[in-house]
Write a protein that binds this ligand. Structure first.
Ligand SMILES: Cc1cc2nc3c(=O)[nH]c(=O)nc-3n(C[C@H](O)[C@H](O)[C@H](O)COP(=O)(O)OP(=O)(O)OC[C@H]3O[C@@H](n4cnc5c(N)ncnc54)[C@H](O)[C@@H]3O)c2cc1C
Length: 482
């Protein structure tokens, strides 16, 4: 990787250069277009890489994608997953249900990442920003007004800001010389898409834990399932029989895998970039953080980075120099908490020692049996818990939030015939409950007619007459009075 020596200050060709057309880069570009920002999206690969990775699109991500009009196509192509079942010694030991969340989309959507990316890229192309494929960043030089970029083919360009959404091996991160601290888990992992005959409910994620490791089953469209499991050693030519062996040893199911495709071995990492921003260059998605895929969080988290970053870039481009500070201040601690809890689950699923496994199974049963704990665990999986309030990222894991939604929390949403309310307005939105609305404010009747949208909003916001809530452009609460 070369750091290119630029030729002095020149005007930028584009406002934002998005490096990488994975889910993070694509959603960032869609959001930037909503904010009226001129952007380019480039990807080093001539074609979208085959071999799907993420399947689970969490409830919070569905909310954030709604304004882009992509949900109908995604929901039509995907599988609705209503909950999670944990298994040990052939019996269910824990259950989570997304129905307990008071949210517009109380489910996870299972859709192969390739398909998700295709829908997002098609929408972006409709908006006049086609992904430029086969274009790789090779070097960067940050200046006071713009960033000089050198591409792998020797050409060059300038952008006011560059976002490295170029994945775990990020060249942008390398160009900045930013350490990617963490570890690669020791065991290899086997992933396969299978057609199987078994009695497992297709609308749930299943996680079988065993002293030899775990066996994770996720529904895929077309009656298929995605299998993810750890193996002691990587088979030299992974095949369906490797998956059959692990299934028989760890699940106790009366089952048969009839066919498998895309059987692969891969390594899992847990890493966090030491810095997320250098001047006008910012990191997002897997370029900034990578975690175990066991809870289906990584891609979702990258999409949330993109939504947090886009409106700040729009403000920075309008001259608000401090706008980008909040991105790092909010998202990096949240990512650190994500790495912590996905690592904890990953290790718990792989416990070998009898007494430790016993404790884990008892804790799983208790979490399942206590409604508040079960609800908090479902919110965690759905990425509903992410809050930017003081100390919120870590405390949400041990103490579910009490009290009305406040500054830094997700702004509760209601699904109406016109879409989600309150909508994510490019300049934010101010809700006023039970009091005259001023200029630029939206009034909500309090208490509202029983069963009405207003009544539901009052209940979700736990609002009183005179409560005022500012909803930021990314859908989090920016200010609250009363
Ligand atoms: C087996 C598996 C299962 C998973 N399951 C889930 C799941 O269910 N849910 C979930 O949320 N996450 C899951 N993940 C994680 C998820 O796949 C990643 O978090 C997600 O792909 C990150 O998206 P991204 O856009 O940040 O990066 P990527 O998807 O890695 O995209 C980066 C893009 O940048 C391009 N690029 C790289 N270098 C350059 C360059 N120099 N110039 C230009 N372009 C470049 C690449 O070609 C690529 O298209 C899973 C991962 C694995 C391995």
């Amino acid at each position: 990787m070369s750091v290119w020596v630029g030729r002095g200050a020149r005007a930028a060709d584009v406002d934002v250069l998005v490096v990488g057309a994975g889910p993070t880069g694509l959603v960032l570009a869609l959001e930037l277009v909503r904010h009226g920002v001129r952007c380019r999206v480039i990807d080093s690969e001539a074609r979208r890489p085959p071999g799907s990775r993420a399947t689970d699109i969490q409830s919070r991500t569905l909310e954030l994608l709604e304004p882009h009009g992509v949900l109908p196509a995604m929901v039509a192509a995907g599988v609705v997953v209503r909950g999670f079942t944990g298994w040990a010694r052939g019996r269910p030991i824990s259950q989570l249900d997304f129905a307990s969340l008071e949210v517009p989309y109380p489910f996870t959507l299972s859709l192969e990442q390739e398909h998700t990316e295709a829908v997002l890229a098609a929408r972006l192309a409709e908006l006049g920003v086609p992904v430029e494929r086969g274009v790789a960043v090779d070097g960067l030089l940050g200046g006071t007004d713009s960033v000089a970029v050198r591409f792998a083919d020797g050409s060059s360009g300038r952008a006011s800001y560059v976002v490295g959404a170029d994945g775990v091996g990020s060249r942008v991160r390398q160009a900045l010389g930013v350490p990617f601290r963490g570890e690669t888990y020791r065991s290899p992992y086997l992933v396969a898409d299978v057609h199987a005959r078994w009695s497992l409910a297709n609308d749930r994620v299943h996680l079988f834990v065993h002293r030899d490791g775990f066996f994770n089953v996720l529904a895929l469209p077309g009656g298929r399932s995605r299998i993810l499991c750890d193996v002691p050693e990587a088979p030299s030519a992974p095949c369906v029989d490797d998956v059959r062996r692990v299934l028989a040893a760890r699940t106790g199911l009366d089952a048969e895998i009839e066919a498998a495709s895309d059987v692969r071995v891969f390594r899992i990492q847990r890493r966090l970039a030491a810095r997320w921003r250098h001047g006008r260059v910012v990191l997002a998605g897997d370029a900034a953080h990578v975690c175990s895929p066991l809870l289906g969080q990584g891609m979702n988290f990258g999409v949330h980075d993109a939504v947090n970053l886009a409106w700040r870039l729009a403000r920075a481009l309008r001259g608000d120099g401090a706008a980008l500070d909040g991105y790092v201040a909010e998202r990096r601690p949240a990512a650190s908490a994500l790495l912590w809890h996905t690592d904890a689950l990953h290790r718990a699923a792989r416990l070998r020692v009898g007494p430790a496994r016993l404790v884990r199974d008892v804790v799983s049963r208790v979490v399942s049996a206590v409604p508040a704990a079960r609800h908090a665990a479902a919110a965690l999986c759905a990425e509903m818990h992410v809050s930017y309030g003081p100390g919120a990222a870590r405390s949400a894991l041990v103490a579910p939030r009490v009290g009305p939604p406040g500054v830094g929390d997700r702004a509760p949403l209601v699904l109406t015939s016109d879409g989600l309310f309150p909508p994510r307005a490019p300049d934010g939105l101010r809700l006023v409950f039970g009091a005259p609305a001023g200029p630029g404010e939206v009034g909500v009747a309090a208490p509202g007619a029983p069963g009405s949208i207003d009544a539901r909003l009052v209940q979700l916001y736990r609002a009183k007459a005179g409560t005022r809530v500012t909803v930021r452009p990314d859908g989090w609460i920016g200010a609250r009075e009363r």
